[in-house]
Design a protein around this ligand. Structure first.
Ligand SMILES: C=C(O[C@H]1C=CC=C(C(=O)O)[C@@H]1O)C(=O)O
Ligand SMILES: [Mg+2]
Length: 463
């Protein structure tokens, strides 16, 4: 089917899915470990699994298998494409469950116009899936749903088989002993294009001084080599142990696994309430409580970090102004303290206008100046020219949406791409007029720490 034949993407999506039926059936189950459910799918669903847990730990999602994949490779319009395909698909839902909605989980790449060859071989510009088997743990209850999306009329047998498989997975997750996950053995740690990175900070600072942009986020990557291939479950286990105060996410694409522990919410929508978190401006944790407080106070009063932060607050508030009413934005940031780092943090809240959706907010917010810069287009052009890598899904929106349109997206920082015996870690920082290569370089080390620690790559004098 060729989208060009249709007058709009909505019409194309509706026509594309009109022959499909979207069956969903949910049962409530005894609480189980989300990681054990993920692990139970290791043999049958490897390459097609997803994991999500919000910062508050009140919502956990595990998906095994793909009932349907929504992907996009277009350079422009991928947010619209996924949004309309999902809305059209939801019109085909047969058994609506009041307690648990079927969920679409996935993410977008940071910049589809970046054409550099990269390690992101299995990730298209947008990659979402409805899981065949969906575990949701919320409000202390656990639910497992079967999702089946098919154009076939006769589904009785297939559904019966899926019920059996669901029960097998639940049983395995509840009774099988989890492997004793060991930290992987790191054989090598390589800073990729370190000199070019340092040089790019100098150049971008000069561009900002020349007033061609106000702020630009520049990132770099670090490669780890392991003795043995590292499993996705083991990687998830390590981050969940080490980073209890962040969003945890993971998505497999064939042999690759993108995962992370990010403190940064892009946007959440629940029953028309929209919430975003402006997060930018950083300092390390202190070794002692006194030192930690001193560093935090200094961060709150630091001109360079406050300016980095304010660009984000202004931009997110402006986007919220276009999509919400009753906007609330505190005047001054607070500190968010997580294991390895402290950030400036301002929550932004509003009531979603009728006609605006979660995907509209994701499209207009990405990238905020915490990951892109200000002005947005100029910053993206500068990143494309001076940053010597392709970010893939790093710093991009990753999250979920349900059939009602509620959901949440995080910004995929403090993240890594796992590729069997190697992992790429990513970190960047906001460059403003007063940035220096040395201090930005040091800041990236602090931001690498969560993934480095989880993956066993911290040297003994760094831990
Ligand atoms: C770009 C990253 O962090 C962003 C989020 C919080 C603080 C930031 C900063 O202070 O520079 C960055 O804007 C990263 O972790 O790779
Ligand atoms: Mg910074």
């Amino acid at each position: 089917m060729n989208p060009q034949q249709y007058s709009s993407i909505e019409q194309y999506a509706d026509t594309r899915y009109s022959a499909y039926r979207f069956y969903t059936e949910t049962i409530e189950v005894s609480r189980m470990s989300a990681l054990a459910f993920f692990e139970a799918g290791e043999k049958q669903y490897k390459g097609k699994r997803m994991f999500w847990q919000n910062r508050e730990k009140t919502f956990t999602l595990v998906g095994l298998g793909h009932a349907h994949v929504l992907a996009s490779s277009v350079q422009q319009g991928r947010f619209e494409e996924i949004k309309h395909k999902w809305e059209s698909l939801c019109k085909q839902i047969v058994n609506e469950e009041p307690d648990v909605e079927p969920i679409l989980f996935g993410g977008f790449s940071f910049d589809p116009l970046n054409e550099l060859e990269s390690e992101w071989t299995h990730f298209p510009e947008a990659y979402f899936a409805v899981p065949s088997f969906q575990l949701v743990i919320k409000d202390d209850q656990a639910y497992v749903s079967i999702n089946l999306i098919t154009a076939e009329k006769e589904t009785f047998n297939q559904f019966e088989l899926m019920r059996k498989e669901r029960d097998r997975l639940i049983h395995a997750a509840q009774v099988l002993e989890l492997p004793k996950y060991q930290k992987p053995l790191v054989m090598g740690r390589t800073e990729i294009k370190k000199e070019q990175y340092l040089d790019s900070i100098d150049k971008v600072t000069a561009i900002i001084k020349a007033e061609q942009a106000e702020k630009v986020v520049i990132a770099r990557s670090l490669k780890l080599n392991f003795e043995e291939p590292l499993s996705a479950s083991s990687a998830l286990y390590q981050v969940s142990e080490e980073q209890p105060e962040s969003f945890l996410f993971g998505m497999e694409a064939e042999t690759q696994f993108f995962f992370g522990a990010t403190p940064e919410r892009l946007v959440k929508v629940k029953e028309s309430q929209a919430l975003s978190t402006c997060l930018a401006g950083s300092t390390p944790r202190g070794k002692t409580m006194e030192k930690d407080m001193e560093l935090g106070e200094a961060l709150l009063n630091d001109k360079k970090n406050r300016s980095e932060h304010q660009y984000v607050v202004d931009m997110i508030s402006e986007v919220f102004n276009g999509h919400t009413s009753r906007l609330t934005v505190p005047n001054v940031p607070k500190l968010m303290k997580i294991r390895d780092i402290q950030h400036l943090h301002t929550p932004v809240e509003g009531e979603l206008n009728s006609g605006s959706t979660l995907f509209d907010l994701v499209r207009d917010l990405h990238p905020t100046p915490a990951l892109g810069g200000e002005p947005k287009q100029e910053a993206l052009d500068i990143i494309r020219e001076y940053e010597t890598m392709n970010r893939g899904y790093y710093a991009a929106p990753v999250g979920w949406i349900d059939a009602k349109g509620d959901g949440e997206f995080a910004v995929a920082i403090r993240s890594a791409l796992l590729n069997e015996k190697e992992a790429y870690l990513y970190a960047g920082g906001g460059i403003v007029e007063d940035s220096t290569p040395e201090s930005e370089y040091d800041e990236t080390w602090v931001k690498f720490r969560p993934m480095l620690r989880a993956l066993g790559g911290l040297l003994s004098d760094e831990s």
